[in-house]
Structures are given as structure tokens and as C-alpha cells.
Design a protein around this ligand. Structure first.
Ligand SMILES: [Zn+2]
Length: 660
């Protein structure tokens, strides 16, 4: 492992201990083989003047909720050293009390809660203390004879700490072990099945000691021909829609168990496919995580899809999880029995989160886990921590407290939406609005401008939605990434130039049919098998005020939108038995779209003998209807307000006396 220390980056902060602490914390955080997503913690001891000018010894320690990769000065909590050292001498202390009294000893009440390892950091008599869950070191400790291997690789200047629960018990264990030892004879501490602590009086030394410790483990594994570096290489395979149906089945079963819609993100990196193909995968996958705090994100073990039957496998997982809970419960509240990741033999792994961010975190953790497992298997077998110890972390009182605090979630968390015609206007507003409300969104458009709305939750794909193969490919990419489809916003459409029936060109007529009508039928046809596997499925159709109130010289537009409306009525009849709701909006002309060029606006206004402004507000309420108004209404249609409505046609036109 390579050191990222760079002298030129530290010359300006060489006298600022907290700035140096931020710097090397970020260096540690940059390497996912050291820490992942909030894992690990660091500290620095500083003597400061208090309000009254007295010297106070302060431990600045990573606050909870901060990530080492991105931590800044406000991410460190200042805690009085004298209080922490007295706490270490207590015989017992619950973690809840520990957090409470640590907060009481903070010099800044607005700082975040100090890490649960704060007392341990205080005990180590060096200025800088670094703690990681380095993959390679933990892999060694999770192999047969792990403690002996550590001794063999590192010699006597390492203290080995047997596994105990992180928090006060760990601090107490280290306190007892080190009471009669000389810290100057110790280079680092290795915590079996957990991680590494290094320490020194300079930021650089503590950091580089960590790099050296990890390098020794990697060198050992490499020398045995065992080390597999994590790979980001994709297998490159894109599955067909039919091959992805089992993924949607799995997502449906897991969502039901979790009680909320859940995304299912297929991870087919070469290493995860290889892992999924291991002969005894069911046994290997059932042994446990890389380091115990991963279990809070991933649960103790993944689900394995057996006999190509995701629903039965999910049920078996839930039963086994419930039994695990019952074996260890004292007074804890049971978490949902749904898996957080799954192994799909010969396809790869699947991360199961309620939003894209959670899926990515789980995917990163599982990638590091399956690498470590494949390495340890070659060393004689993966021997992670036993299930009782994992249960104690998963059901830790501090985690249970978080559960009770709850908090509200965006309404479309775990939902997947597909929006056609998403580059501009109504489609763009729908895609971004649904994403704001928690949905993962596939945004389709033939116009490359659709890529402007790319984000972690919006996947824009350039696609001619009248082309069956292109549409299937786009949907397959989204389903591989998100696991299914819940909300269809059938929006694509264009307004052909004003022409009378007598003069309209047949090509234009045909194009209107293809885009405004047939492409919708095609989209629904491809989405219906996935909507049938959704917990909250809906098709939301953007038709037009022109359907109930047509105008002259717009036959191609009015007729295709009327056809679309009729298609939606039939779809409502056909799909009700599957719980799929199909509702149609008839918006007024929405003028903040690409459809409405200034020339077209003037032409249409002139054809009614009114000004452009009058034309925009030409309705009973005298209001202009915007793209955002339509997006708000689509979110309502897809949400609980319309849970018992299907086949409806809803005007969004400011009131029109030809419609009323
Ligand atoms: Zn730790």
C-alpha cells in the first residue's frame, strides 16, 4: 500500500495540529482498503487555553456522522482528557452513559457526538492516533490461526487484542492489557476480527505506521500468491429484459419483507461473478462479515439465491434471520428480516437498499468482503467472528436508539420511475421532481440534452423510444442498476406544425402516430412485466387539453393524444387485476417546454385572435400552467392520494368551459 503523504501539502499547516489531523484523516479515507463509509476513526491531543486562560488537555476525536475521506475541522469533537481518563478507570459503564458523559465533557456543545472509541483514543499516550479496518490485516485475523499469523508477520512489537465489543468494553480491555506494559515498546495494536490502531507524536508517523502495517499484511498475502486486489472491472454483460425478471422477483420479495420498496442493484464486477460461482457459495456466504460494524449496513450474511427461486430464497432468509434473532435476543427490538445483499449464482451480487446511496455503500462493503473471503478461503477457510458477537454489534444499544428516533423518509424512496421525453419541459420536470422525492429515475430522450440532468439518482439515456431494440436495451440497463420499475411517466410527444386535414403531409401524420401514440404502447408493453412485480405500480399518462377540447389545424396532435387516452382507458381495465393504476392528465398548453417556440406561440395566439399572454392564460382561473405544476400532479397520481383511482382523466388546465 502506497503512502499519499506529500510534504508540499503540509508546509503551510505544519504548526496546526488539528489541520494536520484533518489532512492525514483524509489520506486514510482516500483508500477504501483501509476504511469504508464512516468506518475507522482518528484523534489528536492538544493543550488549549479555556475561557479563563487555563491550560486544558483536549482530545479532538472524529465525530459520529463524519467520513474520514471528507472530514474537516468541525468533524472533530473536543473532549476533556481528564474526564476521559477517569472514565477509563470505571469498572462498568453502559455505552449510552458513555455517550452522555462524553458529551458533557465536550468543550464545544455544538460539535458532533464523539466516536464510540473516544476513551480508547484518550488512553493511548501519543499525540496522533489512527484507527482503520484494513482489509488485508482483518483478512489475516479472519483466517485459521489468525493470532499466530499476526505474530508471525509482525513480531513482538505489536499488541494483539482479542475480539471484544467496540465501545467501553474495548477501551477497558486495552486499559487492562496495557496497564503493566511499556507503550514505547509497542508499534501498533491489532484488534482481532476488527482492525488496527497506530499512534505517534507526529501526524506523518502515525499515518505511515498504518501504511507499513497494511503493506506487511499485503506482502505476506502476495508472497503466498493469495492477494486479490479489489477490481472495478465489469463483466460487461447486459442482460435481456426476460433474464432480469428474476431480479425483479427478488426485489419484490425483499421489499415485502422489509415493508418498504427496496432497490436491487446488480453488481457484476468480475470478482463478484467469480464469488457467486464458488462451488460451496451457500456455506461460504453464511459465515459472516469482514468486520463487525459492517453488519449494521449489510446484516451478518447475504442471501443466496438457491435453485433460481428468489422468492423461496428470500423466505428462507427471513426465517433464518428470525431464528438468529431469537437465539440471541435479550430485550432488543427485532429489525426487519430482509437481506441487505444477495448472491445470485453465476450472475454476481445484488445490493438491496432503500435508495441509490445505500445501495452503493452496500456494494462497496460487499466488494471488499468478497475479496477478503476469496483470499481467506485459499488460506484454509474464512473464519469471521461468531454470530453472537455480530448480534451484539447489529443490536447495539446505540443503534437501537437510532432506530427509535426514526425520522421521515422521502415518499418515493426505493421506487424506480421511467420518464419518456425527459430532456425538456414536462418530462424533465417529472424526472427531477420524482428524484427529489426519493425515486431512482431512468430519463429517456432522443435529445442528448437529457444527459444534463444526470445525478446519482437520475440515469439519463439517449434513446429513440420508437425503436424497440433501443428501448429494451435502455430499460435493461436501468433494471440492472435499480432492480425493477414502479412508476411510468408516459410523456414523450411533439406538436406537429399547424396544418389542416386537407394539407397535412402523410410523413408528419405517421411521425405523430409513432411518437405520440405507438411509442407509449411499446413502453408499457415492455414495462408491464416489471410493474406486475412492484409494490406500488402506476402508469401516468401525459395527454392534453386538446383531447376533450380540440382545436383546428392540429389533427395529428389531437388524434394521437386521443388515441393515447383511449389506450390508457383500456390499460386501466386490463391492469387493475395486478394493482397497476393507469391515470391520464390533460394539461393545458405548457409553454415552458421546447415544443413551444415563440413563433409557434404567436401563430397559435393569432389563430384565436388574441395576444400570446392571453393565449397562455386562456382559461377560467386565468393562470398559466407550468411544467412543474404537471410534475407535482404526476407525483400525486403516483402517490397515496390516488391509491384507489384508476382510469381517470384529470384536467390540469386552469378550467376550460369546453371541458367543464
Ligand atoms: Zn473500529
Amino acid at each position: 500500500m502506497q503512502s499519499f503523504w506529500n510534504d508540499s501539502e503540509t508546509t503551510s499547516i505544519s504548526n496546526d495540529l488539528l489541520a494536520l489531523r484533518v489532512y492525514t484523516s483524509q489520506l486514510l479515507g482516500r483508500n477504501p482498503a483501509l476504511v469504508l463509509h464512516g468506518g475507522g476513526n482518528t484523534s489528536v491531543k492538544i493543550t488549549e487555553k479555556d475561557l479563563f486562560g487555563r491550560d486544558v488537555d483536549v482530545l479532538y476525536v472524529k465525530g459520529s456522522g463524519w467520513d474520514l475521506a471528507t472530514i474537516e475541522k468541525p468533524g472533530f469533537s473536543p473532549v476533556r482528557m481528564d474526564t476521559l481518563l477517569q472514565m477509563a478507570e470505571l469498572e462498568t459503564l453502559t455505552d449510552t452513559d458513555m455517550v452522555k458523559y462524553q458529551r458533557a465533557a465536550m468543550l464545544n456543545p455544538n460539535a458532533p457526538n464523539p466516536s464510540v472509541e473516544t476513551i480508547l483514543h484518550a488512553l493511548i499516550p501519543y499525540t496522533f492516533v489512527d484507527h482503520t479496518h484494513a482489509d488485508s490485516v482483518v483478512t489475516l485475523t479472519n483466517s485459521p490461526g489468525g493470532a499466530d499469523l499476526i505474530r508471525q508477520v509482525y513480531g513482538d512489537r505489536i499488541v494483539i487484542i482479542p475480539y471484544v465489543m467496540p465501545g467501553f468494553i474495548l477501551a477497558k480491555t486495552v486499559y487492562d492489557i496495557m496497564k503493566d506494559k511499556d507503550w514505547s515498546q509497542v508499534d501498533a495494536m491489532i484488534l482481532l476480527n476488527h482492525g488496527v490502531f497506530t499512534f505517534a507524536d507526529t501526524a506523518r508517523e502515525a499515518y505511515e505506521d498504518m501504511i507499513n502495517i497494511v503493506t506487511k499484511a499485503e506482502t505476506y498475502l502476495e508472497a503466498q500468491g493469495l492477494y486479490t486486489a479489489p477490481t472495478k472491472e465489469q463483466s460487461g454483460q447486459i442482460f435481456s429484459l426476460e433474464q432480469l425478471l428474476p431480479l425483479a422477483d427478488l426485489r419484490q420479495a425483499v421489499s415485502q419483507q422489509r415493508g418498504i420498496p427496496t432497490l436491487a442493484r446488480l453488481n457484476h464486477h468480475i470478482a463478484s461473478v467469480a464469488y457467486s460461482e464458488m462451488a460451496d457459495i451457500s456455506s461460504i456466504a453464511s459465515r459472516g462479515p469482514l468486520t463487525p460494524d459492517h453488519s449494521i449496513r449489510t446484516k451478518r450474511v447475504p442471501m443466496v439465491v438457491e435453485n433460481d427461486d428468489p422468492a423461496a430464497s428470500a423466505a428462507a432468509y427471513a426465517a433464518e434471520y428470525t431464528a438468529y434473532y431469537q437465539r440471541h435476543v435479550r430485550n432488543e427490538t427485532m429489525l426487519d428480516p430482509a437481506p441487505r445483499w444477495a448472491v445470485w449464482p453465476s450472475r454476481g451480487t445484488i445490493s438491496l437498499g432503500t435508495n441509490v446511496k445505500e445501495c452503493v455503500i452496500i456494494e462497496n462493503i460487499s466488494n471488499h468482503t468478497l475479496n477478503a473471503i476469496q483470499t481467506a478461503e485459499k488460506m484454509g477457510g474464512w473464519r469471521p467472528l461468531g454470530e453472537k458477537d455480530i448480534f451484539d454489534v447489529e443490536y447495539w444499544e446505540l443503534e437501537q436508539a437510532k432506530l427509535k428516533r426514526g425520522g421521515s423518509k422521502p415518499p418515493f424512496n426505493g421506487h424506480v420511475a421511467v420518464v419518456s421525453g425527459a430532456a425538456h419541459g414536462i418530462g424533465r420536470a417529472c424526472a427531477t421532481h420524482l428524484s427529489t422525492l426519493g425515486a431512482a429515475v431512468l430519463a429517456l430522450d432522443i435529445d442528448p440534452a437529457v444527459s444534463e440532468i444526470a445525478s446519482t439518482t437520475i440515469m439519463p439515456l439517449v434513446c429513440d423510444v420508437t425503436d424497440t431494440a433501443a428501448l429494451e436495451n435502455a430499460l435493461a440497463q436501468a433494471i440492472q442498476t435499480f432492480g425493477g420499475i414502479d412508476i411510468v411517466v408516459s410523456n414523450v410527444g411533439f406538436f406537429p406544425a399547424s396544418q389542416s386535414i386537407e394539407s397535412i403531409e402523410s410523413l408528419m401524420w405517421q411521425k405523430a402516430l409513432d411518437v405520440n401514440l405507438t411509442s407509449h404502447q411499446l413502453l408499457w408493453q415492455k414495462c408491464i412485466p416489471f410493474l406486475k412485480r412492484s409494490l406500488n405500480p402506476s402508469i401516468n399518462v401525459i395527454a392534453s387539453k386538446n383531447v376533450p377540447a380540440p382545436g383546428p389545424n392540429a389533427s395529428a396532435y389531437s388524434v394521437t393524444k386521443a388515441g393515447l387516452t383511449q389506450l390508457a382507458r383500456v390499460a386501466a381495465l386490463e391492469l387493475g387485476q395486478f394493482g397497476i393504476r393507469v391515470n391520464t392528465l390533460h394539461p393545458n398548453g405548457v409553454f415552458d417546454t421546447k415544443l413551444w417556440t415563440p413563433e409557434l406561440l404567436e401563430k397559435r395566439a393569432a389563430s384565436y385572435g388574441i395576444t400570446v399572454d392571453q393565449y397562455k392564460r386562456n382559461n377560467i382561473l386565468n393562470v398559466e400552467v407550468t411544467s412543474q405544476d404537471v410534475a407535482d400532479m404526476v407525483a400525486q397520481l403516483a402517490g397515496p392520494a390516488f391509491a384507489k383511482t384508476t382510469g381517470a382523466q384529470i384536467p390540469l388546465d386552469g378550467g376550460n368551459n369546453r371541458v367543464i
